[in-house]
Design a protein around this ligand. Structure first.
Ligand code: ARG
Length: 587
């Protein structure tokens, strides 16, 4: 694309003076002075024993005539490149005609399984489930947009102790009498029952040794598919999944597969057999473990605060795959899931996991066992994308005033309320759907603009502002463009005429926006796309403040404006779709 075009001109010129090397070009560090720059002459001069400035000048002097670019040399030996207005018009025209708006696809299309979401059955979704859903959904859309085949799997947590705990608690409250043959009237278990039972059981397990032990036995019985434990598990799962689906759909997260840990259970015997047959397993205090440490490895222990010196534990602890009572663990289901995925889908190039940054050890162990056992083929990439936490204004993990974890449902209500207030203040009638779209976009953008591995502060007032780097600002810009285009819908678009800085800025920002997708892809973050989208919206606002599109008298200029608006609209739409931010009808 544009980089290649410029590089080609430079390479051809260098070749003429006997330098047959690839000369690379990047965006300019000083956008006020030029659009692109090449720093190649510094190292080339060394290699060829030449004066760097003279070399740069020589290359520029030998460039084939072009009406698209202006090449200049700047001290000490930079080659500065500017796009001519003619070139900007050509690019804008090409992007407007192309259904992808000039965004290239990747050359090596891969099949990817993206594991994100990770809600736990029987437990209410909470603030901790926001980030994997938001980040995972956008990464999925990004990969797809760039041409990859992506299968998304929610990987519900449904095979752990919480299931035994919840069932035992419900049983002791008499809610399972029917299933245990103690009553002839069928119990109806409700979501409220679950929301009450799990938190209570979770407290009891720490206070009552007997309760915890029995819950562990029940968990084992569920995993062994014993009745009635297993049937009750299925009922609880169904109630819970219905609620989980509702919550994820409010967030705009869509999954191809609604599998859980339990779906890997059929693959657990085979998984354990492979590991044992390969001689990887050993017994340790009744449990079965796999040693995964690598010679000389140091594992950083998470710091309690930044001032603390970094400490290490060495070596990495073994991965426990079977407990002494025969129950399997989180790691076992994850390894079995890799086996299942490779049986269900052929030639999976990558399996990526978006999960809490504190699960690093878990994933390292799971990946190592899977590779050692050959469950994940050698050429398959297993990647853990660990995210930071959402903190409150005090810098500590976001909690309710009473110190409890905040439920996802409460967060969604909070977003709707805040967005509703904003809308009312702007004179728009309250509408829940609309408020939800704006609220969710505020939260998503507030999240995605941060690097994935960093913590950030949940500051709803800031996220919700209609100005600045926020989701609502981008939505507002898109809504505004749509409304202008609607007002001039009888007027046709026409050839681009670029003759002022506001228009130049828009087109240059679109070029940058297009190239931000690949940076996101490489670095597994959406932050560059967020920033580039904001920069485009902001360039558009400047343009719109300085030009009266609707009342422009000159027909040719008006038509060029309309083309520009269409292009900006297309590019904003593509970016917001990738960020899973919906554009409302009005705002
Ligand atoms: N259910 C897990 C949790 O809440 C997250 C699951 C992440 N994905 C995975 N394949 N382990 O912590």
């Amino acid at each position: 694309m544009i980089f290649e075009e410029i590089e080609k001109l430079l390479n051809e010129s260098a070749k003429k003076i006997g330098i047959d090397e690839k000369i690379s070009v990047g965006f300019s560090n000083l956008p006020k002075i030029c659009d692109f720059q090449s720093n190649a002459c510094f190292s080339l001069a060394k290699k060829y024993g030449k004066n760097p400035f003279e070399l740069a000048q020589n290359i520029v002097d030998n460039i084939n005539n072009t009406e698209d670019f202006i090449f200049e040399v700047a001290l000490p030996a930079f080659i500065n490149i500017k796009l001519t207005d003619h070139k900007l018009e050509k690019i804008a025209d090409e992007y407007l005609k192309d259904e992808r708006g000039g965004l290239p696809k990747l050359n090596n299309k891969q099949k990817v399984i993206l594991d994100y979401g990770g809600a736990n059955v029987a437990k209410a979704l909470h603030v901790g489930h926001l980030r994997p859903a938001i980040i995972g959904e956008s990464l999925k859309r990004l990969y797809k947009l760039l041409g990859e085949e992506v299968i998304s799997d929610v990987h519900l947590g449904d095979w752990g102790l919480q299931m035994g705990l919840t069932e035992l608690e419900l049983f002791q409250e008499g809610k399972l009498d029917y299933y245990f043959g103690k009553s002839s009237t069928e119990n109806t278990i409700t979501l409220d029952d679950l929301n009450y039972a799990y938190p209570k059981a979770s407290i009891r397990k720490n206070q009552e040794e007997d309760f915890r032990k029995t819950a562990e036995e029940w968990t084992y019985k569920i995993q062994n598919k014993e009745q009635p434990y297993y049937d009750i598990f299925k009922i609880i799962r169904e109630i819970s999944v219905k609620e989980i689906k509702k919550n994820y759909s409010s967030l705009g997260a869509e999954f191809d597969l609604w599998y859980g840990e339990s779906d890997a259970s059929d693959y657990i015997p085979e998984t354990l057999k492979i590991i044992k047959d390969k001689g990887l397993a050993r017994e340790s205090e009744g449990a079965v473990v796999v040693d995964v440490a690598i010679d000389g490895e140091n594992i950083p222990i998470p710091k309690k605060n930044n001032d603390e010196p970094q400490r290490y534990s060495n070596p990495m602890p073994p991965c426990i795959i079977e407990k002494s009572n025969g129950a399997v663990l989180y790691a076992t289901t994850d390894i079995a899931t890799i086996l299942m995925r490779n049986k269900m889908f052929k030639d999976v190039s990558r399996i990526e996991y978006v999960a809490d940054g504190r699960q690093q050890l878990h994933f390292t162990q799971v990946f190592r066992v899977s590779k050692m056992a050959g469950i994940s083929p050698e050429n398959q990439k297993l990647l853990y994308i660990g995210h930071g936490t959402i903190n409150g204004k005090d810098g500590k993990p976001f909690k309710t005033r009473s110190g409890d974890t905040i439920k996802l449902e409460d967060i969604i209500d909070m977003l709707v309320k805040k967005a509703g207030e904003k809308l009312t203040a702007n004179g728009v009638k309250f509408d829940r759907e609309l408020a939800l779209k704006i609220g969710v976009s505020a939260m998503k953008f507030g999240d995605l603009i941060n690097n994935v591995d960093k913590d950030y502060i949940f500051d709803l007032d800031r996220f919700m502002s209609f100005e600045g780097k926020t989701g609502p600002y981008l939505q507002y810009t898109a809504v505004r463009i749509n409304s202008i285009l609607n007002k001039v819908k009888d007027c046709k678009e026409g050839a681009f005429i670029v003759d002022n800085d506001d228009e130049r800025e828009i087109i240059k920002n679109i070029i940058k926006l297009n190239s931000s997708y690949e940076i996101c892809y490489k670095n597994k973050t959406l932050a560059p796309l967020c920033l580039a989208t904001y920069n485009l919206a902001s360039a558009f606002s400047t343009f719109y403040n300085n030009h009266n599109v609707i009342n422009e008298k000159d027909e040719k200029i008006k038509r060029s404006f309309i083309s520009l608006l269409r292009l900006v609209k297309n590019k904003l739409k593509q970016a917001l779709e990738t960020l899973a931010i919906e554009i409302p009808q009005k705002m």
